[in-house]
Write a new protein. Structure first.
Ligand code: 6GU
Length: 247
């Protein structure tokens, strides 16, 4: 998968050299290109922002550098077009289902806004020639899109074939399409079996795989009810297993 990231802070993306995604890049599974938006400015101060029309606080990112940047990264007359992602708190919620959908794409472009956002005409213009999604990570405000892009790239990158070892199956993850779609995972344990007078639940040491699966699902239901009640109330009844019960 190819990723192009346009930002005024290329240094934010150093973490993409590290850990799982660093390894995926070195293995050739992920081809990441980070671009400095200021390369598409033409004034001495390399200006990327200006005051908002209509007044109000803060600054808005100017459309011209963004237009040139997107035309260069994804030329309008090229045979292939990428999918453009614009992180913004006013976007649609980013979900595991969207991560899975994006993992099937060949080419993603990310536009990182700062300040009060990017002049709206940039997204309108881009929509005339590529698929564009404005996405939000949740109901809070970050200082810019860079950290949101790191989050999205990690969520998508770990789903690419070959990135995770087989042992880390994605099907059991919280929110995984299927049985875990509206559930969060329960607690996990490792050795030693007793630590500070706290025992690992007997069932996990039993070797009874059916009982272990049942216990894990009960714990996922319990934890979802406690921490994410809004997920449980819209749990699709078709996704309930016939042995699920009040826990
Ligand atoms: Cl995607 N961007 C910014 N700047 N703030 C956010 C966000 C994204 N999601 C939640 N807050």
């Amino acid at each position: 998968m190819r990723l192009d990231i346009v930002t005024i802070f290329p240094d934010y993306f150093a973490p993409l050299d590290v850990s799982l995604l660093g390894k995926a890049r070195r293995a050739g599974l992920l081809d990441v290109h980070v671009h400095d938006l200021r390369e598409w400015t033409h004034d001495r101060h390399r200006t990327v922002d200006d005051t908002p029309y209509g007044g109000g606080p803060g600054m808005v990112m100017k459309p011209e550098p963004w237009g040139e940047a997107l035309d260069t990264v994804a030329p309008p007359d090229a045979p292939r077009t990428p999918r453009l992602l614009v992180p913004t708190p006013s976007g649609r919620p980013f979900t595991q289902a969207m991560a899975a959908e994006l993992a099937a794409e060949e080419w993603l472009v990310f536009a990182c806004g700062r300040y009060e956002g990017i002049d709206t005409r940039v997204v309108e213009d881009a929509r005339t020639r590529m698929r564009v999604d404005e996405v939000s990570l949740g109901d809070f405000v970050l200082a810019g899109g860079e950290v949101a892009v790191l989050v999205i790239v990690e969520a998508v990158g770990r789903l690419l074939p070959g990135v995770l070892g087989n042992a880390d199956s994605v099907a059991d993850d919280s929110f995984a399409p299927g049985a875990m779609e509206s559930l969060i995972e329960g607690p996990v344990y490792t050795k030693p079996p007793m630590w500070r007078e706290r025992a690992v639940p007997d069932v996990l040491l039993s070797g009874n795989h059916g009982a272990i699966a049942r216990w894990r699902r009960d714990e996922a239901l319990r934890r979802t009810a406690r921490n994410r009640p809004e997920l449980l109330v819209r749990l699709d009844p078709a996704l309930l297993d016939k042995h699920d019960r009040r826990v």
